[in-house]
Design a binder for this molecule. Structure first.
Ligand SMILES: NC(=O)c1ccc[n+]([C@@H]2O[C@H](COP(=O)([O-])OP(=O)(O)OC[C@H]3O[C@@H](n4cnc5c(N)ncnc54)[C@H](OP(=O)(O)O)[C@@H]3O)[C@@H](O)[C@H]2O)c1
Length: 255
């Protein structure tokens, strides 16, 4: 039996978030050289100090800023083995109140910018003889959560993108997988129509059938496994990290 090795280098998009931070910490502890991005300077610098990872600030909805982050990450790492996308934002609004501005912002953050950065990384992987991509999607993509229609639509698109990239990447030694977390505490940054930005308090939602909410560590450990040699033949997968919440929904038992 051999001990499986992890990636030598990684770039985490959205490393300043709750899940992203945990992913950066787990990778750094496993010996991976990590670069991560996000908008929050304070959170980015604190995480860099704690883990030894390098923070490259940027807003991925701004194309120039996204390109600069990717170029900086490549400049620092020379070659990227693992790319994790963990960015996202939620806008709570019924379909009838979903304005043009909400449509644009939610799709831009959750889908368009992730697609653009992934396309860049896909080309990098192709040139370098392979790589691994992991997209943090959502159980919303699997079970249509009604009060967040644009987020659900964007995440469903991201899931399809992940599968398409896995199919196209397979002959280039590129593996692409999706993780679908359920309600995780602390929650994702959310805007409720007419209110200030705040973190969606997932702890007020019902626990999963497993009896608890998710924790960012659940997602970070799944990223580590998908990035490892143990998952060498795993590509195009949709890994549900939701304590059976989405399965129960399909089966008719609402979690
Ligand atoms: N928490 C949950 O219950 C849950 C459940 C299912 C799926 N998810 C998904 O899991 C992923 C991580 O969520 P989380 O819980 O860690 O949420 P979070 O703490 O709110 O983190 C969101 C991340 O996205 C980044 N981000 C947002 N807009 C950005 C932009 N325009 N440019 C650059 N970065 C941007 C944030 O950066 P800054 O903070 O620095 O701005 C932060 O790093 C997301 O894709 C989310 O949709 C979360």
């Amino acid at each position: 039996m051999t001990i499986s090795s992890g990636p030598k280098t990684a770039f985490v998009l959205g490393g300043t978030g709750n899940m992203g931070r945990e992913i950066v910490e787990h990778l750094a502890l496993a010996g991976t050289t990590v670069v991560f991005s996000g908008r929050s300077q304070a959170r980015g610098e604190a995480l860099a100090l704690r883990t030894g990872a390098t923070f490259v600030p940027g807003d991925v909805t701004d194309r120039a800023s996204a390109d600069a982050c990717l170029q900086q990450a490549l400049g620092l790492l020379n070659r990227i083995d693992l790319f994790v996308t963990a960015i996202g934002m939620v806008f709570v609004s019924p379909i009838g109140q979903t304005s043009e501005a909400i449509i644009r912002e939610v799709i831009e953050v959750n889908l368009t910018s992730v697609f653009r950065c992934s396309r860049w990384m896909f080309d990098h992987f192709k040139r370098n003889g392979g790589g691994v991509m992991v997209h943090v999607v959502s159980d919303a993509a699997l079970r249509s959560i009604h009060h967040i229609p644009m987020y659900t639509t964007a995440k469903a698109g991201l899931l399809v993108m992940s599968e398409l990239m896995s199919a196209e990447g397979a002959s280039h030694s590129i593996r692409v997988n999706a993780i679908c977390p359920g309600a995780t505490v602390p929650g994702v940054q959310a805007t409720v129509a007419g209110f200030e930005h705040h973190a969606e308090d997932a702890s007020t939602w019902g626990a999963a059938p497993s009896g608890r909410h998710g924790h960012p560590t659940d997602v970070a450990k799944s990223v580590l496994w998908l990035a490892s040699e143990d998952a060498a033949h795993v590509s195009g997968a949709v890994l549900r990290v939701d304590g059976a919440a989405s399965a129960a929904m399909r089966g008719g038992t609402r979690a």
